[in-house]
Design a protein around this ligand. Structure first.
Ligand SMILES: [Fe+2]
Ligand SMILES: [Fe+2]
Length: 196
């Protein structure tokens, strides 16, 4: 498996632009640390981390084209903001181009942008690692979220979703938010309240 990790790292280094590769490494190691902390598969977390943005460099046209060709479902939110599709297309490429068979890795990649209600621990780890990795610029609430991530995954998912929604509302407007993300937010808000 170490060989596979090294091979993937080399491939992504040659295909991603430098800043995205640096972000990818940050997600990889943050995901590994979170997997250690929460008793998840550390190798799977790293593979999902390395590959999560493998389709991020694609144009909107290219993402839409791949989805049409491969019959990957496109939601209304994705049609309006096709960059969201880099998650679904990333999962497709991880399987077809990078030879990943493990479903938990593929779904970690698939839901890293929108999140969803009832995520598996590995899905939560990639979602959170993408948000808190060390190279992220400082934004309100990030420090707190970094601390909570190593204590309580559900609470950290709730915090990340809340901050993501606030950010999206300010930058893109309420109507551009994927309903899957809103649904995820309310799911984890309820869960967090129950756990209090
Ligand atoms: Fe992404
Ligand atoms: Fe990312």
């Amino acid at each position: 498996m170490q060989k596979k990790l090294l091979e993937l790292e080399k491939q992504l280094h040659s295909t991603l632009k430098e800043s995205r590769f640096i972000h990818t490494q940050g997600v990889r190691y943050t995901a590994a640390a979170l997997a250690m902390c929460h008793g998840q598969n550390i190798i799977h977390a790293q593979i999902a981390g390395i590959l999560h943005d493998c389709a991020k460099g694609f144009s909107d046209e290219k993402l839409l084209e791949i989805c049409e060709e491969q019959q990957i479902e496109i939601s209304t939110a994705e049609l309006e903001a096709p960059y969201l599709l880099h998650a679904k297309v990333g999962a497709y490429l991880a399987e077809q181009q990078y030879g990943i068979k493990e479903q938990e890795i593929l779904s970690g990649i698939r839901y890293h942008t929108t999140g969803k209600a009832g995520m598996t621990p590995l899905e939560q780890i990639i979602f959170i690692a993408d948000y808190i990795e060390p190279n992220r610029r400082e934004i309100p609430g990030l420090e707190e979220c970094r601390r909570i991530a190593f204590e309580d995954l559900d609470k950290a998912t709730y915090y990340s979703l809340e901050n993501t929604l606030l950010y999206l509302k300010e930058t893109k407007g309420e109507d551009k938010i994927d309903p899957v993300t809103k649904e995820a937010y309310f799911y984890y808000k309820e869960l967090y309240k129950e756990g209090e």
